[in-house]
Design a protein around this ligand. Structure first.
Ligand code: AMP
Length: 139
C-alpha cells in the first residue's frame, strides 16, 4: 500500500502553511471550500489526522469524517436552498484522486443544473462568500 505524504496540499492547509476558506472544524475533522468549485458551495471535508483515502483510513477516521459530511451537507442545503446534495470521493490515481489526503466533496445541487467541469479556478470573492453562507448556518 502507498504511504501518506505529509507534503500534500491538504496537510499544508491543516498546518496553516497555505490559506483556505474554512467553514468548520472540530477535534478530528476540518471543512473548507474547494478552490475549483464544480457547484456553488462545493466544499471538502477531511480528517485532521493523516490517511490517503478510504483504503487506509481507520474506521474512526471515516466515522468522524462522515459525521461532519452530514452536518455540512445539511447546512449547505439550507444555505443554498438546495434540492439535493452530491457527495464525491475518489481513491488513488486510477480512481480519480488528485490530492492524497482523504477528502469528501460536498456539492449543493439544484434541479436541472449540471455540475461544472473540473479543474477551473473559481472566483475567490464568491468562494469566500459561499463559505460564509454555509458557516452562518452552522453557527
Ligand atoms: P480529488 O483528489 O480528485 O478529489 O480532487 C482534489 C480537489 O482538491 C479538487 O477538486 C481541487 O479543486 C481541490 N483543490 C486542490 N487544491 C486546493 C486548495 N489549495 N484548496 C482547496 N481545494 C483544492
Amino acid at each position: 500500500m502507498k504511504t501518506y505524504d505529509d507534503e500534500n496540499i491538504f496537510a499544508k492547509i491543516l498546518r496553516n502553511e497555505i490559506p483556505c476558506f474554512k467553514i468548520y472544524e472540530d477535534n478530528t475533522t476540518f471543512c473548507f471550500m474547494d478552490i475549483m468549485p464544480r457547484s456553488d458551495g462545493h466544499c471538502l471535508v477531511i480528517p485532521k489526522s493523516p490517511c490517503r483515502n478510504i483504503l487506509d483510513a481507520s474506521d474512526a477516521q471515516l466515522a468522524a469524517v462522515m459525521a461532519t459530511v452530514k452536518k455540512v451537507a445539511n447546512a449547505a442545503t439550507v444555505a443554498f436552498n438546495a434540492d439535493g446534495i452530491t457527495v464525491q470521493q475518489f481513491n488513488e490515481t486510477a480512481g480519480g484522486q488528485e490530492v492524497f489526503h482523504l477528502h469528501f466533496h460536498i456539492h449543493p445541487r439544484h434541479k436541472g443544473i449540471p455540475m461544472r467541469a473540473a479543474g477551473c479556478m473559481g472566483d475567490m470573492d464568491k468562494i469566500k462568500q459561499h463559505a460564509e453562507q454555509i458557516a452562518a448556518v452552522l453557527n
